[in-house]
Design a binder for this molecule. Structure first.
Ligand code: PGA
Length: 257
């Protein structure tokens, strides 16, 4: 069986400030990404840069994604960007339910609607889950279970085959003061749990084949550990994706694992 690709996904968040900088960063990432046969690189810039960056896409190894998409298709929703708009302007993927959006009040009920809308537009949703705190007793696993179940409620088995899950413990995301990456060993355990939860809502085979990524303070130093021992099929990268050299290194590491 052919080994499936490793995902290395850049979440640029609200960066950079100008289109000029965005193009420069994207060009740098593309140079490495286009050579990495075993990696699916996805760059998720702020939505306003998508149409321009899309013009620079060549081939399928480096693609573009959004960072959020509203559940309605079009209409009177000031300030929102829809999945249909992302798709029509060059995105193939979309991050949904990122903890930074949940911190602004987004619920998993809303995230569920957004996932369904994205699937309808043939975008691949990258669905984020992750706990605020890790406790010895394992209560955090229940938190992840609830998030996951709410996120995928009512989604058909066929559609579930098109989603990607990103496990991002909130305490590990680099913008948090005391952030520290999870260990590959603990990530592996959580990923197993995520697969168990998925198996309770879809077939075992499907649950085993949905890509699960890790995100939270990843960098060229720890990428290999997660990819080799964390039980994940890729990484969702925040701050390190704003540096073409660091992010390129991570792509090369993934290509070699
Ligand atoms: P980080 O961000 O890599 O800067 O920790 C990850 C994310 O928030 O997706």
């Amino acid at each position: 069986m052919a080994k499936s690709k490793t995902y290395i996904i850049a979440n640029w968040k609200m960066n950079p400030l100008s289109l000029r900088e965005a193009k420069k960063l994207f060009t740098g990432i593309k140079k490495v990404g286009n050579k990495a046969r075993n990696v699916q690189t996805v760059v998720c810039p702020p939505a306003l840069f998508i149409p321009e960056l899309q013009k620079q896409v060549t081939g399928h190894r480096v693609l573009i994604g959004g960072q959020d998409a509203f559940a309605e298709r079009a209409g009177a929703f000031t300030g929102q960007v829809s999945a249909a708009q992302l798709k029509k302007n060059g995105a193939q993927y979309v991050i949904l339910g990122h903890s930074e959006r949940r911190a602004l009040g987004e619920t998993y009920e809303e995230i569920n609607k957004k996932i369904k809308a994205a699937l309808k537009e043939k975008l691949i949703p990258i669905v984020c889950v992750g706990e605020h705190k890790r406790d010895e007793g394992g209560a955090y696993l229940r938190v992840i279970e609830d998030q996951l179940k709410e996120a995928v409620a009512g989604i058909s088995e066929k559609d579930l085959g098109r989603i990607v899950i990103a496990y991002e413990p909130i305490w590990a995301i680099s913008s948090n003061k005391k952030a520290k990456a999870d260990s590959p060993e603990d990530t592996e355990e959580t990923v197993l749990y995520i697969r168990k939860v998925l198996a309770s809502v879809t077939s075992r085979k499907q649950a085993m084949s949905i890509p699960v990524l890790y995100g939270g303070s990843t960098n060229p130093q720890n990428a290999e550990g997660f990819l080799a021992r964390g039980g994940v099929q890729g990484l969702l990268v925040g701050s390190a994706s704003l540096n073409a050299k660091s992010f390129g290194e991570m792509i090369e590491i993934a290509d070699g694992v």
